[in-house]
Write a protein that binds this ligand. Structure first.
Ligand code: AMP
Ligand code: ZN
Length: 480
């Protein structure tokens, strides 16, 4: 497997620390509002990576955090806590807000057929771990305290800024332009590990006792501490979208490596944004669609998943309803093809028998199928070239492989794509009136044993873009 590593800005050979095990951490959502399609693009890409690694024989241990405290509206310690602000706006408690939007997040992942992580780690359930880690940083001299907070001192960590390729001086100049809320913060790039429940946070609902006074943790410490708690001091892959690189992930590296003296992450996996009308789809801009908006249309979440697969994860992607509708058509075609293959190999008949024999598609591959399979593996192993791999899938669909091999190969490919093809049932494709009439005429000719006419009509139907197949239950029309 070759993977692009943000840290080296190169595509590298992927070598986990303890093969075949792969430790994988994804930065999860802040649960103050609905999960939107932008988030889903990120988590589907994470899922495809995880499935691809599993397909290639790795054993992936996956952890994702749920941020339910400490994420401020500004990235440089300014603004309010997103959860507290969201709760006030919606007239709910922070705890209710967290529960409702965590449930919505998880059900959106389920709808998208994303395999759940082995652990969902809630920030509010790991406060003792954060405090423990902050104490280590304090004892090693990486922190300083003001009236309002305990900060990480970035000047003590010379590697600071390496991930994003920014020099500390440039970061300081950029940060200086932002509103400085704590006048005693020494350096604008320093970041809070612990906020005290005083001043602007005096009414903060979520608060815990600590050596630095009652308060709540900063956002960045959450991911470092929970990642280490479940996956060890060095993790193989850490994922997020590109907006997290310059502050959140830079800060995670600084505090983790300062605490342990070890490399924190071996491969940084970042995907680009989903845009809508040229702007990042986001909660704060309010330009977002949710999974329910998709389900309200006659379109399934799997069409969205197929659409995501068609853009490489490091490319920016613009969402349009037209492209989703085209993807929906392609998905329906795929499903119907799979269902026809299932019928051909007799899986449906088998299903109704008392003792179900092994489905007849479960066979070894011939030379041609092996070549397609290798082409697919080459595509996904090349920094997850999902669009290329999708093209291989269509080649397989159009090929003349024996139906059982074809079906088997499509199911294997779908272990990585996660399009739910094994479970899929026929999707009704709208057939135009004209085609239905031609098919009826043909059926009559067939029953009258006028095979010449029946063949001619079949040809006309084909030319109009439809296939007709004779089955025990009558003739079936499908889009070519
Ligand atoms: P948030 O809940 O805003 O912290 O976002 C959770 C994850 O989704 C982070 O990795 C974000 O970078 C990512 N994300 C947010 N908006 C988008 C978007 N429009 N496209 C892709 N990823 C996004
Ligand atoms: Zn994170």
């Amino acid at each position: 497997m070759k993977l692009y590593n943000t840290a080296s800005r190169k595509i590298e050979d992927f070598k986990p620390l303890h093969p075949p095990e792969v430790t994988f951490y994804s930065c999860g959502p802040t649960v103050y509002d609905y999960t939107h399609l932008g988030h889903l693009r990120t988590y589907v890409n994470n899922d495809v990576l995880k499935r691809a690694l599993t397909f290639l024989g790795y054993k992936v241990k996956h952890v994702m955090n749920i941020t339910d405290v400490g994420h401020l509206t500004g990235d440089s310690d300014e603004g309010e806590d997103k959860m507290e602000k969201g709760a006030a706006k919606k007239g709910a408690t922070v705890w209710e807000l967290a529960r409702v939007y965590t449930d919505y997040f998880i059900s959106s992942l389920d709808e998208m057929n994303v395999i759940r992580p082995d652990v969902f780690a809630n920030a509010t359930q790991h406060i003792p771990e954060f405090i423990e880690m902050i104490k280590v940083l304090e004892s090693k001299g990486f922190t300083y305290e003001t009236e309002e907070a305990l900060y990480f001192d970035v000047s003590k960590f010379p590697k600071y800024g390496k991930l994003s390729g920014q020099k500390l001086e440039d970061k300081i100049i950029a940060a200086r332009k932002e509103v400085r809320v704590d006048v005693n913060k020494r350096n604008p790039a320093d970041f809070a590990l612990w906020f005290k429940a005083i001043g602007r946070f005096k009414n903060h609902v979520m608060r815990w006792p600590s050596a630095w006074g009652e308060g709540f943790p900063g956002w960045h410490i959450e991911c470092s501490a929970m990642c280490m708690r479940y996956l060890g001091e060095t993790v193989d892959i850490h994922a997020g979208a590109i907006d997290l690189i310059p502050v959140h992930h830079e800060n995670e590296i600084a505090q983790s490596e300062a605490a342990t003296g070890k490399q924190f992450v071996r491969y940084w996996f970042h995907n680009d944004f989903l845009l809508v009308d040229g702007q990042k789809m986001s909660k704060s801009l309010g330009n977002f669609y949710t999974i329910d908006d998709i389900k309200n249309q006659p379109i399934g979440p799997m069409a969205l998943r197929l659409l995501f697969l068609q853009t490489h994860y490091r490319q920016i992607m613009n969402f349009t309803w037209e492209s989703l509708s085209a993807s929906n058509k392609a998905y329906n075609k795929l499903v119907n093809h799979v269902c026809e293959l299932k019928q051909e190999v007799g899986e449906n008949q088998n299903r109704h028998r008392k003792s179900v024999p092994k489905p007849t598609y479960d066979v070894g591959f011939g030379e041609e199928a092996k070549n397609y399979r290798q082409k697919f593996i080459d595509a996904i192993s090349d920094d997850l070239q999902a669009p290329k791999a999708v093209a291989v899938l269509w080649e397989v669909v159009k090929s003349n492989l024996p139906p059982n091999e074809k079906l088997n190969l499509i199911f294997e490919i779908d272990e990585v794509f996660g399009l739910n093809l094994k479970k899929a049932d026929f999707i009704a494709v709208e057939i135009p009136e004209e085609i239905i009439k031609l098919a009826q005429e043909r059926e009559e000719a067939r029953l009258a044993k006028d095979f010449k006419k029946s063949d001619e009509l079949r040809k006309i139907i084909r030319e109009k873009g439809y296939d007709i197949k004779d089955t025990d239950g009558g003739s079936k029309i499908s889009k070519r």
